[in-house]
Design a protein around this ligand. Structure first.
Ligand code: ATP
Ligand code: MG
Length: 245
């Protein structure tokens, strides 16, 4: 179980305190499929990075399976079973796709067959990619899919994906949806996916709507979807004016 208690995150910009997340409290039971959605700049990625330990909250606490992980680093959290896929994944010059998969699987030698299975699950033709370097020669969508494959290889209990659909073509997207569905059927895996995509949102047990650094709503798709549609132009007087013309 993942539990956030009164988590806030503030930064100081040009001497001004800027609040990115405000007093977020959240409990996610095991084996759930949760989608976090909401407007750009609402705080979704910051929330995910706080859970992974990439960003330290200004206040509040985070517990994973009863352990206080608030002050643990990324590696320690990964060892406890938390994985995170970046919205814009980094590249690793000098490392091959196969090396990344092996590192993710716990630095053990993976048979070519196993590497290929992970790549196939994200819609990549394994033969073309398994020995390629994860450098600037790969396209954005290819890097994104390779990163998702490494998260699958990690066998974690809590998988966090930040906009897995971003930059991914329709064919690979369908494959990805199947992969999420099959992960969902496994026991002992909690999926926390940040997404704007209706097909991913439709898979969720529950949706969290994050806006202005707060969890605005939480509930099943039937409840949250109309709120998302109704809320698209709120908050900006110019956009509201335009919407009423
Ligand atoms: N270190 C920082 N310094 C200043 N502003 C920040 C910092 N980190 C995040 N922000 C701001 O906080 C807000 C939330 O950012 P975040 O990346 O969490 O949004 P998001 O919900 O993931 O948006 P998107 O849907 O565009 O990915 C944004 O306005 C962003 O510019
Ligand atoms: Mg984001």
């Amino acid at each position: 179980m993942l539990k956030l208690e009164h988590v806030s995150y503030q930064v100081t910009e040009e001497g001004q305190a800027l609040s990115i997340l405000n007093d977020v409290s959240l409990t996610i039971e095991d084996n759930r499929f949760i989608v976090i959605t909401g407007p750009n700049g609402g705080g979704k990625t910051t929330l995910a990075k706080i859970i992974m330990g990439l960003v330290t909250p200004t206040s509040g606490s985070i517990f994973y399976n009863g352990t206080d992980i608030t002050h643990l680093g990324i590696t320690e959290r990964a060892k406890l079973g938390i994985s995170y896929g970046f919205q814009q994944p980094p590249r690793f010059k000098g490392l091959r796709v196969r090396d990344l998969l092996e590192l993710a699987a716990g630095n053990t030698k993976l048979p070519r067959e196993a590497c290929c299975q992970y790549l196939t699950r994200v819609g990549l033709c394994a033969d073309d990619y398994v020995d390629r370097e994860v450098d600037a020669s790969l396209s954005g969508g290819e890097v994104k899919r390779i990163e998702i494959a490494t998260i699958l290889a990690r066998q974690s209990g809590l998988l966090i994906f930040d906009e897995p659909e971003a930059g991914i073509d329709l064919w690979s997207f369908s494959r990805l949806i199947e992969t999420f569905q099959s992960i969902r059927q496994q026991r002992n895996v909690t999926l926390l996916i940040i997404s704007h995509q209706e097909r991913i949102i439709s898979l969720a047990d529950e949706i969290l709507l994050v806006a202005d650094g707060e969890i605005r709503h939480r509930g099943p798709k039937e409840e949250i979807f109309p709120l998302i549609m109704a809320d698209t132009v709120s908050g900006c007087c110019y956009m509201n004016e335009g919407a009423h013309k």
